[in-house]
Design a protein around this ligand. Structure first.
Ligand code: C2E
Ligand code: MG
Ligand code: MG
Ligand code: MG
Length: 269
């Protein structure tokens, strides 16, 4: 259309694009139904403190149950939800149910919640989230939000508005998948996040890949200089945990440490 009327643009992979589009549309419809029919569920994965803290830390990970009852991982519906306008509703659902879960649990556990960049750009996010904290009477210092470099950078103003207000409210922030996106140390310095989560791609083979090990060491050194803590994700064996311990990384997360586990299903609340 941009190039004028009566033109046909031929794509080599149009079949493939159509199939991809159909799959995404299906995923979004599934998600809309899942929200209505209470077929979303929350898993949680424990994050281990290497610095001898008493409190427990978990990351909240959303899943969808399809009509057949199979569990669908977020990679299969989050990108489509972002593309077709469903992600804010999904992230709101996760925040609300995490706070509800924490209120039921009354255990003083810390939870971190993933936020899409699109959600982060939403002007009402701060008021909405603050309202949920009041409703469920959850202590803000028990909650942190995981955002990605790319999302924070593309919506820097609204990201900073939400982050600064939530920090004043008592929550904290982690920069997720660090090193994998549009990385930039100058942006890292602009964001008042307390924790850097090193992308699992650099961690999972650091026992055999000296370059990745050096990269992890350097992120840890930089984080310390900036007074930020570090979480390493995708810790898949004992050797990697030992290396991270030597480096002084504060938190480790991964299948070797704890597998993600079912926290609760929507209908059970
Ligand atoms: P993430 O935030 O980087 O979460 C870590 C992902 O790595 C999770 O996948 C987790 O199950 C997986 N993982 C944990 N330990 C290991 C390990 O040792 N090895 C390997 N190979 N993988 C490990 P999951 O649950 O499939 O989530 C994928 C992504 O979906 C998350 O990446 C996050 O970006 C997104 N996501 C999950 N829940 C939510 C949510 O509630 N809202 C939003 N916006 N995004 C979410
Ligand atoms: Mg995360
Ligand atoms: Mg991550
Ligand atoms: Mg990741």
């Amino acid at each position: 259309k941009e190039k004028g009327r009566d033109r046909v643009q031929v794509y080599q992979s149009s079949d493939e694009q159509l199939r991809k589009h159909a799959k995404e549309m299906e995923a979004v419809h599934e998600l809309v139904d899942a929200l209505k029919e209470q077929r979303l569920l929350l898993h949680r994965q424990e994050i281990k403190s290497m610095v001898g803290e008493y409190s427990k830390y978990f990351e909240v990970l959303v899943r969808m149950k399809n009509k057949q009852g199979d569990i669908v991982p977020p990679i299969e519906f989050i990108p489509a939800a972002e593309k077709y306008g469903m992600i804010v509703q999904l992230d709101y659902w996760v925040i609300e149910h995490t706070l509800k879960g924490m209120a039921n649990e009354q255990a003083g556990n810390h939870y971190s919640i993933n936020l899409s960049g699109i959600t982060l750009a939403n002007k009402e996010l701060y008021q909405h989230v603050k309202g949920l904290f009041k409703t469920y009477k959850v202590e803000p210092s028990l909650v942190s939000f995981e955002i990605t470099e790319t999302s924070a950078i593309t919506h820097l103003d609204s990201a900073l508005y939400f982050i600064n207000n939530m920090i004043a409210f008592g929550c904290s922030f982690a920069l997720d998948d660090f090193g994998s996106g549009l990385s930039s140390f100058s942006y890292l310095q602009k964001l008042p996040i307390g924790t850097i989560k090193i992308d699992g791609a650099f961690v999972r083979d650091m026992d055999s890949n000296a370059i990745n090990r050096t990269f992890v060491e350097n992120i840890k050194r930089t984080a310390s200089a900036m007074n930020k803590k570090v979480v390493a994700e995708f810790v898949e064996n004992e050797h990697i945990e030992a290396l991270l311990n030597e480096i002084g990384v504060e938190y480790v997360q991964g299948y070797y440490i704890h597998k993600p586990e079912l926290w609760f299903e929507q209908q059970k609340l």
